[in-house]
Write a protein that binds this ligand. Structure first.
Ligand SMILES: Nc1ncnc2c1ncn2[C@@H]1O[C@H](COP(=O)(O)OP(=O)(O)OP(=O)(O)O)[C@@H](O)[C@H]1O
Ligand SMILES: [Mg+2]
Length: 404
């Protein structure tokens, strides 16, 4: 039996843990929270802060059983995975230094530029004076973001009516290193992608059109409201995506691995907003991609983490179902009094998954300023695209959110 080390055993990781068990693996789970949902599904659990490299290294030094592979489901810790791989002699997509670099939005873009990846115009911002000058150069709209955060925290769409001084201070407050990146905002089809790289070749299995219907409502914050699979792309655009991801793979030294992309398609050209050397979270790789394509994405991701060769034929797919993910938003700021999904969710086969991240009595923020402030989600899937759309509509109408 092979031993798989799983970093993170939260709610979002339960699918991955279940999959590993189903595959007959012995699972060793680490998480800062011993009561996390997945902690009772793993064969062994240890309380370790997986985002703290020293803690993980200390654990590894004391742990004496062999480890055959390491994986994290949707947690943004490529450098820690690379460190574990280095110490235990197991597989990870790239080396520690490159993994670390890939997480810095500015340094990663510099590297991608060297490799000819198509990017929006970008520049590093360290001072307010610098920002004021560069916004003039770039024109409106632009995007300001911390180089080292996620979940859209501190990501602002800069238009004429945004107070630049405020924007600088606000975005900076989410930057651990204190510096920011300014980019030209690209208007186009917003895409999430997830690709396997096998022997240097790209196989993009997951593609979703991100839903930005609230771009104006929550301005200047850029808040995504889920996505739709498959996205409306032609073969040429799909090929272009693989071409750009292939350049990203080279830039980060990934010959075998998984690359998650945030892309914008403008005038048939694919631009890379960012890539991450990891599995996606938020149900994309675990629920949406398998439903849409029939490809058991997590299974192949786990096999890869054990150093096994993936057969590209297993990654070929046709569209099986239309899938939509949507989030539930607060309608005002205050204390949550009621959160309820409709009764019919339990009976209707098209409703695949749904949950709230918040509980009664929790504080809700409004307007929503980052992704963790969304209240919950639901996923709808059907063979009929129209039915997905009408079920989404009905789901919103019947879901109860009461804030006082
Ligand atoms: N230059 C840009 N042009 C167009 N859209 C952009 C640009 N920069 C960011 N966005 C949009 O905002 C989203 C969030 O930006 P980014 O991915 O850089 O931040 P993040 O904190 O990593 O967010 P997330 O965790 O959602 O990926 C992007 O996925 C994209 O949809
Ligand atoms: Mg991103």
């Amino acid at each position: 039996m092979k031993n798989l080390l799983i970093l993170g055993t939260g709610k979002d990781q339960v699918f991955g843990i279940r999959k590993a068990k189903e595959m007959g693996l012995y699972t060793i789970g680490l998480d800062i929270n011993e009561f996390s949902d997945g902690s009772r599904f793993v064969d062994e659990f240890y309380k370790v802060n997986i985002k703290n490299e020293n803690e993980v290294v200390r654990f590894l030094k004391e742990y004496d059983k062999p480890i055959d592979g390491v994986i994290a489901f949707g947690v943004d810790i490529p450098e820690i995975l690379a460190k574990v791989a280095e110490l235990k002699g197991v597989f990870y997509y790239t080396d520690y230094k490159t993994a670390l670099l890939s997480k810095d939005k500015y340094k990663a873009k510099r590297r991608m530029k060297e490799y000819g990846v198509r990017l929006p115009q970008f520049t590093k911002i360290e001072t307010f004076g610098n920002l004021a000058k560069k916004v003039k150069d770039f024109g409106y709209p632009s995007v300001l973001k911390p180089v080292d955060n996620s979940g859209a925290r501190g990501v602002l769409r800069i238009t004429e009516d945004v107070d630049l001084k405020w924007a600088f201070e606000y975005s900076k407050s989410f930057s651990k290193s204190g510096y920011l990146i300014l980019e030209k905002f690209l208007d186009g089809i917003q895409i999430s992608s997830e690709s396997f790289i096998v022997d240097g070749r790209v196989y993009t299995v997951g593609l979703s059109e991100r839903n930005y219907e609230f771009l104006d409502k929550f301005a200047p914050f850029i808040i995504e409201n889920g996505g739709d699979l498959p996205p409306p792309l032609n073969d040429k655009q799909r090929e272009e995506i693989d071409e750009q991801i292939s350049k990203c793979a080279k830039a980060f030294g990934v010959k075998n691995g998984i690359i998650k992309g945030d892309l914008v398609i403008k005038n048939d050209k694919v631009f890379v907003i960012e890539v991450a050397l990891r599995l996606s979270g938020g149900h994309f790789s675990s629920v949406e991609i398998p439903l849409n394509t029939g490809v058991d994405f997590l299974k192949f991701a786990i096999l890869m983490s054990l150093g096994e060769k993936i057969d590209p034929n297993d990654l070929k797919y046709t569209v099986k179902k239309y899938v939509a993910l949507r989030y539930i938003f607060p309608n005002k700021k205050g204390s949550i009094k009621k959160l309820m999904f409709p009764k019919w969710f339990e009976e209707k086969g098209e409703v695949i998954a749904y949950d709230f991240y918040y509980r009664i009595g929790d504080k809700a923020n409004y307007p929503v300023k980052s992704h963790p402030e969304r209240l919950g989600f639901f996923i709808i899937a059907s063979n009929d695209r129209q039915e997905v759309a009408s079920t989404v509509k009905k789901a919103y109408k019947d879901t109860v959110v009461e804030i006082v």
